[in-house]
Design a binder for this molecule. Structure first.
Ligand code: F6P
Length: 328
């Protein structure tokens, strides 16, 4: 492996996700394995601009593979969007003799990394970390699997009380622009209806579906709503709509919110993070730059950052059909 790189930096940026710590650990230990130095950057691009750096050795990442959040902390940096901010960040990396940067984050973080490379020719590599699973070039982003398990656990608990009181629950899950969390957890949690941003299913369909459920003998119902749903109504307006237009429903709303981003990463996310960290470091050591590592057909694959940012993940239509059939 040709190796001009002697020191790498790693940061976490944007919304945190379970598995980020496991990815940091993997990057740091892969550097140690290849006998190169590693620097952790605190608070994402903010810390890059302020020079908030800390050398990290193999032992410094002990006991974190099972921890949610990110020990390096995360931020959404406004200053990194300016040429002045990026210039400061570049100067800090030069001053610390860093030869490459691993960015663990989502598409906003990758956009920053790409611009940074275009301006300074600085080698960058992306690891997709977001619970939303909305990054092109990987079947799974870090944290998605854990978030699914967290949400399903919450749905199961809500179902207990929903069925005890014969209630209809609208449950809002995260997914600003995509319905991956909603669709998967809706099926796994046995939801009667799933509303996602990719498909405008319309209010009529919701009404039909609830009526159908009731006729078939169901006494309680769960509707999963992705926060970015296209139906045009937020979850509280949906409750209002049912209260005003459908008789005999006792409706409750539950917004799961940021608890979906926390918690100990699942086995799947820990293994994925470990694989991605190794691939990211070794790809930089091969002299490549501007790629994101991803999981495709259970293999580690590279996607150009530009493609990862611009490409759209597609909702699995088969899952939509399965959910329809399951709610019969
Ligand atoms: O990007 C992941 C995500 O969880 C979105 O689904 C959600 O809209 C957003 O983060 C909320 O992030 P924050 O509260 O950090 O702005």
């Amino acid at each position: 492996m040709p190796n001009k790189i002697k020191k790498l930096a790693v940061l976490t940026s944007g919304g945190d996700s379970p598995g980020m710590n496991a990815a940091i650990r993997s990057v740091v230990r892969t550097c140690a394995y290849h006998e190169i130095q590693c620097i952790g950057v605190y608070r994402g691009y903010e810390g890059l601009i302020e020079g908030d750096f800390k050398p990290m050795g193999a032992r410094s990442v002990r006991g974190i593979i099972n921890k949610g959040g990110t020990i390096l902390k995360s931020a959404r940096s406004k200053e990194f969007r300016t040429p002045e901010g990026r210039q400061k960040a570049y100067q800090n990396l030069v001053d610390h003799e860093v030869d490459g940067l691993v960015v663990i984050g989502g598409d906003g973080s990758f956009t920053g990394a790409l611009i940074f490379n275009q301006e300074f020719g600085f080698p960058v590599m992306g690891i997709p970390g977001t619970i939303d699973n909305d990054i092109f070039g990987t079947s799974h982003t870090l944290g998605f699997d854990t978030a699914l398990n967290t949400v399903v656990d919450a749905i199961d608990k809500i179902r207990d009380t929903a069925s005890s009181h014969n209630r209809l629950f609208f449950i809002e899950v995260m997914g600003r622009d995509v319905g991956h969390i909603a669709l998967n957890t809706g099926i796994a949690g046995g939801a009667e209806e799933i509303l996602i941003p990719e498909e405008d299913l319309g209010l009529d369909r919701l009404v039909d579906s609830l009526n159908k459920s009731r006729k078939s003998g169901k006494t309680s119902s769960i509707v999963i709503v992705a926060e970015g749903d296209k139906i045009g109504k937020n979850i509280f307006e949906l409750k209002e709509f049912v209260d005003e237009n459908m008789e005999g429903y006792d409706v409750r709303v539950s917004v799961l919110g940021h608890m979906q981003r926390g918690g100990s990463p699942s086995c799947f996310d820990r293994v994925l993070a470990s694989r991605m960290g190794v691939k990211a470091v070794e790809t930089l050591l091969e002299g490549k730059t501007n790629y994101m590592v991803g999981l495709l057909a259970n293999k580690m694959e590279l996607t150009h950052l530009d493609k990862a940012i611009k490409g759209k993940t597609k909702i699995n239509l088969e899952l939509l059909r399965v959910s329809d059939i399951m709610s019969t």
